[in-house]
Design a protein around this ligand. Structure first.
Ligand code: UT7
Length: 330
């Protein structure tokens, strides 16, 4: 598959670290020094995930030069859907992409990379030609705003990448790895609440509903700095790529210290490590395409550039992909 377009959308409301310190006991200094985050965007109450994802997808279609009806597949990576039955079909309808099959894929912060790899398989098999892969999350709806250990980390955003079938020798997905370890699931959860509804005499049903995000930050941090370099090293070796051939490191944006640790492992200069954490925080499934779109639009990422990407997070799940950006047809 060839990566031929990108687009993104973030809510208008910007909340700085100082703004947050009026809500919870924290400080700009603590958040910046521990995470690299300076601000995040927060979706308005009436701005759902569908609208945000559709806005990103429209920008992507425009950059790729595609009509909505030409899209065969929409994969929406999200953990914060408008509808648990699926938000991707709502996005499909909003775009008017009437020929596309659309479904959600949930793998938290690894979701975009998993979705991109999934879409790549449909294109490589020849069964589909054009796909929109969207990463979108609104974790502001699922954090406990009184829990300073988590609420300062997350923000809302959406971004999309357009991928199309191409001859194997021109592929922009040069290799990938995906992993899950559910035995460590408790490290980071957005799990069902344990709320029971008496239904009939002797019959009690579980009431649906989710508790806010809970995270063991230190465990997730240790997991990330151990597994991300390992999976990237494995991928580079399998594809015969040396770190100095890479133009960019495009990692899930969770913590600047994690980005720095991974870069150090591969001796990548900080100028080649893409980071927009300061502006948006951790937008979960959106971070990788949001960062990619910014760097494509400001000219840092150029056609032909090689990017090593890795997503990681709840599941626990993690993955890596070696990507070549092609950009829209001239
Ligand atoms: O996308 C999913 C992947 N998620 C991640 O990658 C997150 C990985 N983890 C992290 O990035 C870091 O663990 C955090 C940024 C979440 C936390 O940083 P840390 O250096 O591990 O801090 P800590 O949890 O060890 O807390 C240190 C201190 C504690 O106080 P005491 O017990 O030492 O007195 C916390 O209570 O910092 C305190 N603290 C805060 N202080 C001010 C925790 N959160 C805050 C806060 N403001 N927001």
């Amino acid at each position: 598959m060839a990566l031929v377009g990108s687009g993104s959308a973030v809510p208008a409301t910007r909340v700085s670290n100082s703004d947050l310190s009026a809500r919870v006991e924290t400080s700009d200094d603590w958040i910046r020094s521990r995470t690299g985050i300076a601000a995040r965007r927060i979706a308005a109450a009436d701005e759902g995930l569908t609208a945000l994802a559709a806005r990103a997808a429209r920008a992507c279609l425009e950059q790729a030069g595609w009509q909505a009806e030409q899209v065969d597949l929409i994969v929406l990576a999200t953990s914060s859907p408008d509808d648990l039955f699926g938000t991707a079909p709502r996005v499909q309808a909003a775009l008017g992409a009437r020929n596309a099959v659309a479904f959600d894929l949930t793998a938290a912060c690894s979701g975009f990379l998993f979705a991109l790899i999934t879409a790549g398989q449909y294109l490589a098999s020849g069964s589909m030609r054009r796909a929109l892969v969207i990463g979108a999350d609104q974790l502001s709806r699922w954090v406990d705003w009184d829990d300073r250990r988590t609420c300062v980390l997350f923000g809302d955003g959406a971004a999309a990448v357009a991928v199309e079938a191409c001859p194997a020798e021109q592929t922009g997905l040069l290799g990938f790895r995906m992993r899950s370890d559910g035995s460590r699931n408790a490290c980071l959860t957005l799990a069902q609440t344990d709320l029971h509804t008496p239904l009939l005499p002797g019959v009690t049903a579980q009431q649906g509903g989710f508790a806010p995000i809970q995270m063991n930050g230190q465990e997730v941090y240790k997991f990330a700095v151990r597994e991300v370099p390992a999976i990237l090293a494995e991928l580079l070796e399998a594809t015969g790529t040396s770190p100095d051939q890479l133009n960019w490191l495009l990692l899930h944006q969770a913590n600047q210290r994690i980005l720095d640790a991974v870069a150090e492992r591969f001796a990548m200069p900080s100028e080649q490590v893409l980071s927009n954490l300061a502006d948006y925080g951790n937008t979960s499934a959106a971070t990788i395409p949001l960062m990619l779109d910014e760097a494509v639009r400001d000219g840092r990422v150029q056609p032909g550039h090689l990017l090593a990407s890795s997503g990681f997070g709840a599941g626990l799940s993690w993955g890596a992909a070696l990507l070549r950006w092609q950009g829209p047809a001239a």
